[in-house]
Design a protein around this ligand. Structure first.
Ligand code: AMP
Length: 218
């Protein structure tokens, strides 16, 4: 039987968001992106957003209790009853332990964890070239997947924006946070026998197809 919870791991720029969106659509379950939820809170200037903003701008992780709180709230919504994809969460061992407790309390089994592996050069180009539609969230890249008209979303004609943390100095910090705090999760989940890895250096559509075929068989 397909596991209820899928976790997408990978360095910043590995393509977690792009792949999670496709797989979530294909499996008809929600994609839960802590990065998207935090950016939304920053935009709306909620107390959560105000607390997270400085950390995000510095390329550092937001405290575990803050992120665990928003995930706990989100997964208790009705659309998560049949399963969900966690995109960009967990990012620390403490967060992973929290996920374990949360799944146990739901009576669900272990999560299935996917690590998307991408070379460092490609990661940098993906991050510096990334542009996101301000309206529908579609992700473009000026090097690999440019829009038909510069700065405009192909799907709805809205403006494309560059994320505030996709600048070189912050990218360096985010990659360092990944190496120190998140990369240990690969071994953590490998030891639990729930880790799958995928070569993320390829065309996004080819990766998405491989993932959907794999999850449909599981
Ligand atoms: P992302 O969109 O996943 O690259 O996340 C953007 C930023 O949001 C990160 O650099 C962190 O500052 C913050 N963030 C997102 N997810 C988490 C998480 N699980 N734990 C801590 N901070 C997070």
């Amino acid at each position: 039987m397909r596991p209820h919870a899928l976790i997408f791991l990978g360095a910043p720029g590995a393509g977690k968001g792009t792949q999670a969106r496709e797989v979530a659509k294909g499996l008809a379950i929600p994609q839960i992106s802590t990065g998207d939820m935090l950016r939304d809170a920053v935009k709306k200037q909620t107390p959560l957003g105000m607390a997270a903003k400085a950390k995000m701008e510095a390329g550092a992780l937001v405290p575990d209790e803050v992120v665990c709180g928003i995930v706990e709230e989100r997964v208790s919504e009705p659309d998560c009853q049949k399963g969900f994809i966690l995109d960009g969460f967990p990012r620390t061992i403490a967060q992973a332990e929290f996920v374990g407790r949360m799944l146990t309390s739901k009576g669900w089994g272990k999560p299935q964890v996917l690590d998307i592996e991408v070379d460092e050069d490609t990661l940098l180009k993906r991050l510096t070239g990334r542009r996101t539609c301000a309206s529908c969230g579609e992700i473009y890249n000026i090097y690999f997947h440019p829009p038909k008209v510069e700065g405009i979303c192909d799907k709805d004609g809205a403006k494309l924006l560059q994320r505030a943390d996709d600048n070189e100095a912050t990218i360096r910090q985010r990659l360092e946070a990944y190496r120190l705090q998140t990369a240990p999760l690969i071994d953590y989940y490998r030891r639990q026998g729930v880790l799958m890895t995928v070569d993320g250096n390829r065309e996004p559509a080819a990766i998405a197809k491989e993932l959907l075929d794999g999850f449909a068989r599981a």
